[in-house]
Design a protein around this ligand. Structure first.
Ligand code: SF4
Length: 295
């Protein structure tokens, strides 16, 4: 059976040069943002015990492109033989650190799709969407209500290629109601993608079929914990940025995180979570229930 990778979001900064209406971790851009590289080295030093090839580390924020010493972080992580190193940006990284766009060792993901207005796409950055490429660079589009209800009124051509990730909504996505109309149009959207030999990254799940057991399993082995370098905290799940459980960054807590023993309570928000990642988890739930990366 396929071995699961352990993904961790490394939250470099909460500062950002944009002000997205859906953002939960924004504070206005402050000059001279530096992240604590020593802290990253400390964390990676502990994860090394569990074979770094099991880990996907995602550099996120705020906006990672505003971090002045981002190169130090990336240079360090690139030598570490991670399973994957990812950077999420609103396109600031593309402008300020173009070397990462040309480095296929880094999976660069751009969330530049801001909203649809007057039949056109509003972007965060004043540059074109990423074109089809072999360099591991991707656009990401979240299939929110607004998008699904309007996708056929706008020119999606620049996005219809293999380097765009079409993602279902998650708990971070606001204004999603799953009305009959949404579901009908969602199916049409899938057919349109299929006609271009493309597909949605996660399929639309039937939330009613998710069992309590599945939710508990997801909660005890959360799919996307976050290490917040500004706060020196480990957060239970990136899908719940505001109310997530938190613990201090320490060797003991990082060991427990990897063994899925750090978060032993099941918070209420997991009972209403709409993130599809735990649907996928059903497939490997029995295999992986706790400590599966330790082979
Ligand atoms: S149920 Fe949702 S909020 Fe809870 S750990 Fe899983 S993905 Fe995160």
């Amino acid at each position: 059976m396929k071995k699961r990778r352990f993904g961790i979001d490394i939250f470099l900064t909460s500062s950002c040069n944009q002000k997205c209406y859906y953002c939960t971790s924004y504070k206005p851009y402050l000059q001279k943002i530096k992240t604590d590289v020593q802290k990253i080295k400390y964390i990676v030093g502990i994860l090394e015990k569990y074979n770094l090839n099991n880990f996907v580390l995602r550099l996120i924020g705020g906006e990672p492109g505003l971090v002045e010493n981002l190169s130090e972080v990336v240079d360090f992580l690139k030598q570490k033989h991670l399973n994957r190193l990812e950077i999420y940006s609103n396109s600031t990284v593309r402008v300020k650190y173009p070397q990462y766009i040309n480095d296929s060792a880094i999976r660069y993901i751009e969330h530049m799709f801001y909203m649809i207005s007057n039949n056109r796409i509003l972007k965060l950055g004043d540059i074109e969407f990423l074109p089809e490429n072999q360099k591991n660079n991707y656009n990401v589009v979240i299939l929110t209500d607004n998008f699904i209800m309007n996708y056929d009124k706008i020119d999606l051509e620049p996005l219809l290629h293999k380097n765009t990730i079409w993602k279902m909504v998650n708990n971070r996505s606001t204004f999603v109601s799953f009305t009959k109309d949404y579901l009908y149009r969602y199916e049409n959207f899938l057919s349109m993608l299929k006609s271009h030999n493309l597909q949605v990254d996660n399929t639309l799940w039937d939330i009613k079929n998710l069992t309590l057991e599945t939710r508990v399993a997801c909660s005890l082995a959360p799919p996307s914990p976050v290490i917040n370098l500004e706060e020196n905290t480990i957060h239970h799940c990136s899908k719940q940025p505001l109310k997530t459980l938190k613990k201090e960054v320490s060797e003991t807590n990082l060991d427990k995180l990897v063994k899925h023993k750090l978060f032993t309570e099941v918070p209420d928000y997991c009972m209403t979570c709409v993130d599809p990642s735990f649907y996928n988890r059903e497939q490997f739930r029995l295999q992986s229930m706790w400590g599966h990366v330790l082979n």
